[in-house]
Design a protein around this ligand. Structure first.
Ligand code: ADP
Ligand code: MG
Length: 731
């Protein structure tokens, strides 16, 4: 009898054709954004007044009145139905980490029973999905289970599968945020205000500052047939067992190598879909691990860029099916090889077209650059625990602190020249010598930055937060994460820091200190106070752990501990002061993260228990019985004890080894179940998570160890689950 594993391998061997992809045109620019109700289309479908109102709303956040909303809705419907759309939905980011939608047909029936297409301003602007099953962390009782979705005009509507999708925020009956978008928009707003008023020191023509985001999305592809034969992958997104493949990433021959034909077809297919939806995908390449890949777009305004990332993940999942692939966004699908991240390239841009993290050509523009650079470093220093909390999850915990992309110590890398320069600013210019000469000297130093940054060779892949010439790259974000989490923290921390900066500078100006000197003096103070977060060396090294400890930086690998930063006094004060999230909302988010973690570990423990007891042990025993039978048969034909010993001793040794491993698996699975039972009766999830993290979770690796040993012993013919070499090299 053939195992499901062999059936899956047979299926792949039979399936040779690569699906045909049809592109709307040879040129991407011909169809880019064709399924988006963007500004050019609005201009075509809306009255002049309505169009003006939308643009104003996008630029200033101004409210759209009901009459205009009706007009916009009508134009949107006309465009969407003209493209064959039959349904519409509000599309939002609940705290599950996925996006949500509930479709309604455009259809209405009049009194005489005639049907017609309808969609008005009310349906566009606000909806009330019952939505009581979304995580809310105690924010909603069942008697007030209503949630409201409200249109975000800054992210244009789009059509997928004949459904018009309208990006919205999602809030409770009482106005508390139940999603990622609401606080993201608030944080962007806070940052805009704070940053614009700082920019005015240098350039009065700047009236708006927005955060930009360019994400790099890593993912794995696994053949669908093999995926379906691995219940652990299906239920948890990662492999809970599997011995390392003889060859995996050690030759580094996958990274940037030519993309396998079947994978390339898949990439082209989802890219075309993405381009139709206005997602500016640009880059594609093989990553380090076998079957690991990456894509990246051109950066955009952060809110839109994040919507696009969420949308792309959905499209990638859907398109994968057509190509008989499953796409894995889990941060660590395979033990022993690289996991996946989602690097967040983050910067600030002005309405005058300046990138605030790009050094300019004049001393003045460089002082502007330095102002933002130093304030960001200071903000990251102050709130590094919060930043870590936003990227911690059951999945990303496998990467954090495990000698992979991000160590669990948050530090900032600048590159040696810029680092030296900050050191100079801090040390070389004594406070008391505030003469013109000194400040000109310093200005000379600052004007050297562009030259310094031309030397872009030093990149530090071991830093979780690295400056890369004209932006910061937050490399520690997990591949499955909604970028909004870390972005909300970064934006808010920086907004808060810039407000402080403005106050400090204004105080000096009031004392008649020249503006540039005031700015420099304050920056010097910040450089000194944030110094400990800067690190240029190897973030994976043991020495750094020691050094970081000396510097007083936290190194938190535990999820239950890391999450606590969501509700620390600093975090609550920070978010409340800047009107991004209140204490209640933060507590709810904290609880949701904890519950999610518990549930993920619980599911992993359950499925591992099932596989261990019902798949692995029976298989191992079957093989053991084959060996026992063969030893018995040898005994029956060989009379000489010495000869028998020589022939059968290794077989008997294997029989014993199998016994040892199966016994351990069986004992530990039972122990793991007992630990789960103990944890499950703990009412308070804040306490329950500790049991799951420290008592249940360790069994996952311990049990796995013995299963992986058995994989090397048991006859390949009967091993039930696809092996790593099969999962990683079928493409
Ligand atoms: P890497 O060399 O790190 O692989 P890429 O050239 O692939 O970088 O770019 C990574 C991402 O950084 C892209 O999405 C790119 O658009 C983005 N990026 C570039 N400049 C900015 C910026 N000013 N703000 C935000 N993202 C940016
Ligand atoms: Mg990069």
């Amino acid at each position: 009898m053939s195992t499901i594993r062999f059936k899956a391998l047979e299926e792949i061997n039979k399936r040779r054709d690569i699906p045909k992809i049809s592109f709307p045109s040879d040129k991407i620019s011909d169809y880019f954004g064709s399924d988006v109700f963007d500004l050019p289309k609005m201009q075509k479908y809306l009255s002049k007044e309505a169009y003006k109102n939308v643009v104003e709303s996008i630029e200033t956040g101004a409210k759209i009145n009901r009459k205009t909303a009706d007009q916009i809705a009508s134009g949107m419907k006309e465009w969407a139905t003209g493209k064959g759309a039959t349904h519409y939905t509000h599309w939002f980011h609940p705290l599950t980490g996925n996006t949500a939608e509930k479709h309604d047909a455009f259809i209405s029936i009049d009194q005489d029973g005639n049907s017609f297409e309808s969609f008005d301003g009310e349906l566009l602007v606000q909806q009330e999905p019952d939505a009581s099953s979304f995580p809310h962390g105690g924010l909603r009782n069942t008697f007030e289970a209503r949630g409201y979705t409200a249109w975000d005009p800054a992210s244009p509507a789009f059509i997928i599968d004949k459904t018009l999708c309208i990006p919205t925020i999602f809030v409770s009956y009482r106005g508390e945020a139940l999603d990622y978008k609401t606080p993201l928009l608030k944080s962007l707003n806070a940052l805009d205000k704070a940053a614009t008023s700082v920019c005015k020191y240098f350039d009065k023509s700047i009236n708006k500052v927005f955060a930009t985001l360019g994400w790099e999305q890593e993912y794995f592809l696994v053949d669908e047939a093999l995926y379906n034969a691995r219940p652990d992958l299906v239920l948890t997104g990662r492999t809970l067992m599997g011995h390392a493949s003889a060859k995996d990433q050690q030759l580094s021959d996958h990274y940037f190598s030519s993309i396998p034909e079947r994978v390339l077809a898949y990439m082209k297919d989802f890219e075309a879909e993405a381009h139709k939806l206005g997602i500016p995908l640009k880059t594609r390449h093989n990553e380090v691990a076998p079957n690991q890949f990456e894509c990246a777009p051109v950066f955009e305004e952060a809110n839109l860029a994040n919507d696009h990332n969420q949308l792309l993940m959905k499209i990638m999942r859907k398109t994968a099916k057509k190509h008989h692939f499953q796409v894995l966004f889990h941060e660590k699908p395979f033990a022993g090889i690289n996991g996946s991240g989602k690097h967040n390239n983050w910067s600030l841009a002005t309405d005058t077209g300046i990138n605030l993290l790009k050094p300019g050509n004049t001393p003045k523009s460089n002082l502007l650059f330095l102002t933002f650079l130093v304030n960001i470093i200071t903000a990251v220093k102050k709130h590094n625990d919060l930043l870590r909390a936003t990227i911690m999850s059951a999945g990303n915990q496998h990467r954090l602190g495990a000698n992979e992309a991000p160590p669990a110590i948050i530090s900032v890398f600048l590159g040696s020249r810029l680092d030296e320069m900050l050191n100079k600013i801090e040390k070389n210019i004594p406070e008391k010598k505030k003469t013109l000469e000194v400040s000109q000297n310093l200005k000379l130093d600052i004007s050297k930055i562009p030259e310094i940054l031309l030397d872009n060779t030093d990149r530090n892949r071991t830093s979780p937060f690295a400056f890369t010439g004209n932006r910061f790259e937050f490399r520690a974000v997990g591949s499955n994460e909604n970028n909004a989490g870390p972005l909300i923290a970064l934006n808010t921390a920086l907004a808060d820091q810039l407000i402080r900066f403005k106050k400090d500078v204004d105080k000096l100006i009031e004392k008649k200190v020249r503006k540039d000197d005031a700015v420099l003096n304050v920056l010097r103070k910040y450089v000194s106070e944030s110094k400990t977060i800067r690190f240029e060396g190897n973030g994976y090294s043991k020495e750094w752990e020691k050094e970081a400890e000396k510097r007083g930086l936290t190194n938190i690998k535990s999820a239950s501990k890391a999450f606590k930063a969501f509700i620390s006094k600093e975090t609550i004060d920070l978010y409340e002061r800047n009107n991004v999230l209140n204490s209640k909302e933060l507590h709810s988010r904290y609880e949701i993260r904890i519950c999610e973690y518990i549930q993920k570990i619980q599911i992993e423990a359950r499925i591992l228990g099932d596989l261990a007891i019902n798949h692995i042990i029976p298989t191992a025993i079957k093989y053991q019985n084959t060996l026992i039978t063969s030893v018995k048969e040898l005994k029956a034909i060989i009379e000489d004890q010495g000869d028998l010993e020589a022939l059968a001793s290794r077989r008997i040794g294997t029989i014993k080894k199998i016994s040892k491993h199966t016994t351990q698996i069986s004992i530990m699975t039972q122990e793991m179940i007992e630990e789960r039972k103990k944890a499950n009766v703990i009412e308070d999830c804040v306490k329950r998570i500790e049991n799951y993290e420290f008592k249940v979770k360790p069994y996952l690796d311990k049990i796995r160890y013995h299963i992986d040993k058995l994989e090397l012993i048991v006859d390949d013919e009967i091993w039930p689950l696809p092996k790593y070499r099969e999962l990683l090299f079928n493409r």
